[in-house]
Design a protein around this ligand. Structure first.
Ligand code: COI
Length: 407
């Protein structure tokens, strides 16, 4: 007699999953459970509004706006009605998964004021897709990315007075999902809180001539098959101790290596500009092999470089200079050899928070690789990318619909 095999998904302890959770596992993010009903949004506005700091006083992430967006997830009912309400503390059970096993994901986005005086966002749909993938990687519930983006736009409209008007300043947006399952068993969190907070920001680093990096491989940020390619909170805390060691040696950020291979710098993607014999330029960044965060700024920089000079000219770069982009491994030996041969012209780091920031020197094996352009404010490629990107983000230059008004 044949014995019927159950195909129901199992909990980590081997027991069959409750039907609702099993449905979620089976259907993934297409499940009805991802549904966020934006028509149920409620708004409670703050009765007293905070003073908005002057752009010159802004320090990254220090001051939050007046309001936040919040919604919660429970397996029986899915996502709750979203709320925009005054910014304030959360109340959570101390056994919540987010405090114990860190199923926490976040995004970094920015809002700008365009020349028409209206708020705009830069390629926000890419952040939504990345956040969906990050949530899936730590088995947090799926969510409707279109609905979340609509709610974020509404939050930006509510707190629009917080968007700085000065060039290079913006309103940083931090969507976050945390696992709130209140139990200590080692399992995926079937409860979650999704919230979005915002903070006005100016330049991330206050060293315009570039940041210093220390090449480190005794500690790693990411590894093949690991989580470095996702935006998870748990990728960041293990970097703080090596970062402190680098600071004690006089370097601002860690250049994360795996063996000899460069991955990222601090929490940013890394690029080098190398001169060819004919004067054209190779611009190289490590490939998305799972150890590198697929940055929105990284993708945008690669795309702008590839478009020069046939579809657009990058500011102050000659149309005769060909820029060849490469996503391929970079080793420290190569960097040192290019530098010794006078071919390493510029290094820069990119990310939502830092936009495009030059590197002045890289410490490696008790020596410094010094970038020749570091005495200028920025090298020409770094400066061109910074200028063009900020012009697109702030709506002065239209490019492929990357920046759009959001209210
Ligand atoms: C960002 O650029 O948004 C980042 O995530 C970097 C850091 C502020 C965490």
């Amino acid at each position: 007699m044949a014995i019927a095999q159950s195909t129901a998904p199992l909990n980590p302890n081997g027991t069959p999953m409750p039907a609702k959770d099993a449905e979620l596992v089976k259907n993934g993010s297409s499940s009805l459970k991802a549904k966020i009903d934006t028509s149920l949004l409620t708004e409670t506005l703050a009765t007293s509004l905070k003073e908005v700091p002057k752009p010159e006083d802004l320090v990254f992430g220090q001051v939050m706006t007046d309001h936040m967006l919040i919604l919660s997830y429970a397996p029986e009912s899915g996502w709750s009605a979203p709320e925009i309400k005054p910014y304030g503390p959360l109340s959570l059970d101390p056994s919540s998964s987010c405090f114990q096993y860190c199923p926490n994901v976040f995004e970094g986005m920015k809002a700008y004021i365009g020349p028409d005086g209206k708020p705009r966002l830069f390629r926000p749909e890419l952040n939504m897709v990345r956040m969906e993938k990050s949530a899936e990687r730590v088995a947090l519930p799926p969510f409707d990315t279109t609905a979340l983006l609509k709610l974020i736009k509404r939050l930006v409209a509510v707190d629009a007075r917080w968007i700085p008007r000065s060039k290079g300043c913006s309103l940083y947006i931090r969507p976050t999902i945390i696992g709130t399952r209140a139990a200590l068993g080692v399992a995926a969190s079937n409860h979650a809180l999704l919230y979005v907070i915002m903070s006005p920001t100016g330049p991330y680093f206050r060293t315009p001539s570039g940041i210093s990096l220390l090449g480190v491989n005794e500690h790693v940020r990411s590894w093949p098959g690991g989580t470095g390619g996702y935006k998870l909170g748990l990728n960041y805390a293990p970097c703080f101790h090596p970062q402190r060691l680098a600071a004690e040696k006089g370097y601002q950020q860690v250049l994360w290596l795996i063996g000899e291979n460069v991955t990222e710098a601090g929490a940013m993607n890394f690029f080098v500009v190398v001169k060819r014999d004919d004067g054209d330029l190779d611009i190289v960044t490590p490939p998305l092999d799972g150890t590198i965060l697929p940055g929105v700024t990284r993708a945008s920089v690669l795309s702008l470089l590839s478009a020069h000079p046939t579809q657009t000219s990058l500011p102050n770069l000659s149309n005769k200079t060909r820029l060849y982009t490469h996503e391929r491994p970079i080793t420290m030996t190569e960097l040192a050899a290019w530098s010794a041969a006078g071919r390493l012209l510029e290094c820069f780091v990119v990310g939502t928070a830092v936009v495009v920031t030059p590197v002045s020197r890289i410490g490696w094996q008790d020596r410094d690789i010094v970038l020749p352009e570091h005495k200028a404010v920025m090298g020409p490629v770094t400066a061109a990318l910074y200028e063009r990107l900020v012009d697109i983000q702030e709506g002065r230059v239209e490019w492929q619909g990357w920046s759009a008004t959001c209210v």
